[in-house]
Structures are given as structure tokens and as C-alpha cells.
Design a protein around this ligand. Structure first.
Ligand SMILES: Cc1cc2nc3c(=O)[nH]c(=O)nc-3n(C[C@H](O)[C@H](O)[C@H](O)COP(=O)(O)OP(=O)(O)OC[C@H]3O[C@@H](n4cnc5c(N)ncnc54)[C@H](O)[C@@H]3O)c2cc1C
Length: 410
């Protein structure tokens, strides 16, 4: 019998993650001979770690509006062909239900991400697709009408090639720049890449305050440029994290400021802090400002206010009736327009995704085939399509994988 390396496959899929497995399942179901080459000892390791092990595998409202990239439209076609309903139906066939959390986030109902991985492997096996683990792609080139993929376990041959090796985020789970490097080598443009959905670091002056408050989560509105998210902000030893910060990190660029409203919303028509201070002045003029602030701020957030006020913090010990307007204004500015100037991010090791990737202009949006290199398909996180936090990145991996699987062999 021919070995995997002697045989000529219809398609080789490099990378056995969410996108690669979905592409392979879809193509194998259509009768193509597909081999997945996965570098790790087991496929789908990132799926296991996703959503804190509970796998937020899609989002009810996924559409182009929740994705970043140089093109605002590229992802539409694949998402239209494979919307969240199809993701749900695909996994439902394997008895996997979905539990909805806030913002339309759909998690595996049993809480076990492993079910998603197992479903994909079962589907691949039933469809006749094959997978080789501990097999890392090293390079690939064209030999007449075939692709030759070099790996640490010999070379493999196929008519078409799928790059689904993900991005650079979380290298501890196997991420590599294979797709990006090969794309460049084959003459495709790769947009600037950076960690996305990643904690942000504070400067030497703010970091000790964040460290003292480490573990405290506060619902806040966080804005950067035109982007704005209301969610929890988590204080950490190095700076800020939590869903609101992860979301905004994908929009943040070095040198930009981030504005935080620690008490979002309004009381009547006034911002909450302004209303609280006015009320306190009118009804409890003898109360100390610090006491009033403690009653409206979560945890030990007063520490943060003290830090920003610096040598003006004596005003915190003043009675409300004696509070100067300028001090009141300074306090409400700190609470509603806190100026956070990140020094950077925690890097790829702490990032849930990579921002940027293979320029989507190089690919057909319907098939994800490289326009300049027929027979080469690139999907998932390797492409310049980055989703918000909340199941959008896996939804893109499924949708792009499905589009590729449908296009192979045509
Ligand atoms: C901790 C964490 C939690 C996350 N949680 C969620 C979540 O709940 N919901 C959500 O939507 N998104 C989540 N994400 C993001 C999401 O997991 C990824 O965007 C998605 O898995 C990308 O799919 P992919 O198939 O493109 O890449 P990957 O899933 O990264 O798969 C790429 C595969 O290629 C393999 N590989 C790499 N290089 C080679 C090579 N040279 N040869 C062979 N194989 C190679 C890798 O080992 C890997 O198995 C999370 C990410 C992280 C890091």
C-alpha cells in the first residue's frame, strides 16, 4: 500500500486547528483525498484551551461588523455561506448543545471544549480524511501541477495546498509563522501583525497601583479612537486586562491613549459621578469627599484616584461643602475620562489572537484561494481578519475553513 508521503493527495492541509480541520472535513465529505499535517502531538490544542476550556465556539450575532482588518468586507462572503446557525447545526449533529452567555456568546453547553475537537476528528474520520500529527511543515513549492510540502517527516505531494497554521498568538500552544513566511515567499503581501485581544501594560508610575488592586474587576467603558466597549476591566500586576481591555487592545496602537469611564452611564441627564457629588454636597455637606467616593467606587479604587490626584489629594479629606469646583471637576474627569497611556501589550504569549496576517486583497473572498498562486488556499487566523472577543475568531475559522473545503478540487 502507498504511504502518506508516496501518495499524491488531492489536498494537503497544513495545520490541524479549527480552520484546517473544518476545511479537511468539508473537502473529504465531497470525496477528495485530504491529508492534514499537524505539528503538535495532537490536533486542535487551541480549541481545548478556548473560552477557558469551555470553548466559546461561535457568536449568535457574528457578522462583518465585529471583525478588524484592512478590508471591512472581505469576511462577508464566507460568513454568509457559513453563518453561526451552520456552526450550531454542524456540532449539534454530534450532540453538542450551546449555552448562551452575554453578548450572544455561545459556549459548549457541557462546558467541555474537547467535545468540539472530538466532533471534528470524528467527522474527518467518517469522511475518509487523514491526519498526521507531530508533522511540521517546513516549506512548500510547486512541482509542475503538484505542491511538494517538506516536513520534519519527509515530503508530501498534493494537487492543492491549504495553509491553516493560524497566527503568532499563544506560541506555547503551537502557533508558528509558517503560513505568513510561506505566503511572503510565494509573493503574497502580509499586513503588519501584532498581538490582539491582549492585556495592556501600565507605566512605572501606574503599575504599582494596578498591582495593589490586582484581581479587582470593574465594569467600565473603555475607548480608543472610535472604538468603545463596556465590559469588565481587570487590574493586574502589570497593568490592565479583562474583556473590555482585551477588546480595545485590538484597536490600540503604540503611542495612543485609552480613555476609561469607571462609572459608565448617567443618573438623570448627568454622568453618575457628577450626580453623586452634587447630591452629596446638597444632602450631606459634612461628609468627606473620600467617604462619598468610597460609596460609589468598587473595591479599593480610591487608591487609583489618589494616585492620579498626586499632590492635590488633600482635597479627598475635605468636607463636601468645602470642596472647590476645580477639585470636583478633576475627580469627575478621573472617574469618567481616566487617561490610560499603555506602554505596550503583554505580547503574543498572552494574546488570544494575532492582528493582521496575509493581506485579504491577495485572496478570493469566496474561496480564500490566492489570486496570484492558483491551488493555494489560506484561512483562519493566518489571514488579516481579526474578530472581537466572544466566539468571533472561531466562527471565522469555521467559515473560512468551510469556504476552502467547498472550493478545493473545483
Ligand atoms: C487561550 C485562547 C483562548 C481562546 N478562546 C477563544 C474562544 O473561546 N472563542 C473564539 O472564537 N476564539 C478563541 N480564541 C482564538 C481562536 O482559538 C483562534 O482564533 C482560532 O483557533 C484560530 O484557528 P486557526 O485554525 O486559524 O489556527 P489554530 O487554531 O492556531 O490552528 C493552527 C494549527 O496549526 C498548527 N501548526 C502551526 N505551524 C505548523 C506547521 N509549520 N506545520 C504543521 N502544523 C502547524 C498548530 O499547531 C495548530 O494546531 C482563543 C485563543 C487563545 C490563545
Amino acid at each position: 500500500m502507498e504511504s502518506s508521503s508516496q501518495r499524491s493527495w488531492d489536498a494537503l492541509v497544513v495545520g490541524g486547528g479549527a480552520c484546517g480541520l473544518m476545511a479537511a472535513v468539508t473537502a473529504a465529505k465531497r470525496g477528495l483525498g485530504v491529508l492534514v499535517l499537524e505539528k503538535n502531538a495532537a490536533p486542535g490544542i487551541k480549541i481545548l484551551a478556548s473560552g477557558g476550556g469551555h470553548c466559546n465556539f461561535t457568536n449568535r450575532s457574528a457578522d462583518a461588523g465585529q471583525y478588524l482588518g484592512e478590508s471591512a468586507h472581505f469576511m462577508k462572503s464566507a460568513l454568509r455561506a457559513w453563518p453561526p446557525e451552520k456552526t450550531l447545526a454542524f456540532f449539534a449533529e454530534f450532540g453538542i448543545g450551546a449555552a448562551e452567555r452575554k453578548h450572544g456568546q455561545l459556549f459548549v453547553a457541557s462546558g467541555k471544549a474537547a467535545q468540539i475537537k472530538e466532533a471534528l476528528l470524528t467527522a474527518l474520520d467518517h469522511a475518509g480524511g487523514k491526519i498526521l500529527t507531530a508533522t511540521a511543515g517546513i516549506g512548500a513549492h510547486r512541482e509542475a501541477e503538484f505542491w511538494r510540502v517538506e516536513t520534519n517527516r519527509g515530503s508530501f505531494r498534493s494537487r492543492e495546498l491549504v495553509l491553516a497554521t493560524g497566527g503568532l498568538a499563544y506560541p506555547q500552544l503551537g502557533a508558528t509563522g509558517f503560513a505568513l513566511d510561506l505566503a511572503r515567499e510565494l509573493g503574497l503581501r502580509v499586513t503588519e501583525t501584532a498581538p490582539g485581544l491582549v492585556p495592556l501594560t501600565a507605566d512605572d508610575s501606574l503599575a504599582p497601583v494596578c498591582a495593589s488592586l490586582s484581581g479587582l474587576a470593574v465594569n467600565a467603558r473603555v475607548s480608543c479612537g472610535k472604538a468603545s466597549f463596556e465590559e469588565n476591566v481587570l487590574f493586574t500586576h502589570e497593568g490592565l486586562s479583562g474583556p473590555a481591555i482585551l477588546q480595545i487592545s485590538s484597536y490600540w496602537r503604540p503611542g495612543m491613549g485609552v480613555e476609561i469611564d469607571w462609572i459608565p452611564g448617567e443618573s438623570g441627564s448627568e454622568p453618575v459621578a457628577e450626580a453623586a457629588l452634587r447630591l452629596a454636597r446638597e444632602s450631606s455637606p459634612k461628609r468627606l469627599l473620600a467617604t462619598v467616593l468610597e460609596s460609589i467606587l468598587p473595591g479599593r479604587m480610591l487608591l487609583l484616584v489618589r494616585h492620579v490626584l498626586g499632590n492635590r489629594q488633600a482635597c479627598l479629606e475635605k468636607k463636601m461643602a468645602e470642596l472647590r469646583r476645580e477639585d470636583e471637576k478633576a475627580i469627575t474627569a478621573i472617574l469618567h475620562r481616566f487617561p490610560f497611556r499603555p506602554t505596550g501589550t503583554r505580547g503574543y504569549r498572552k494574546a488570544e489572537v494575532m492582528r493582521g496576517g496575509v493581506d485579504s486583497a491577495e485572496l478570493s473572498s469566496g474561496t480564500l484561494e490566492a489570486r496570484k498562486v492558483p491551488g493555494l488556499f489560506i484561512g483562519g487566523e493566518a489571514v488579516d481578519v481579526t474578530g472581537w472577543l466572544g466566539g468571533y475568531n472561531l466562527q471565522w475559522a469555521w467559515a473560512s475553513g468551510h469556504a476552502i473545503g467547498e472550493a478545493l478540487g473545483k
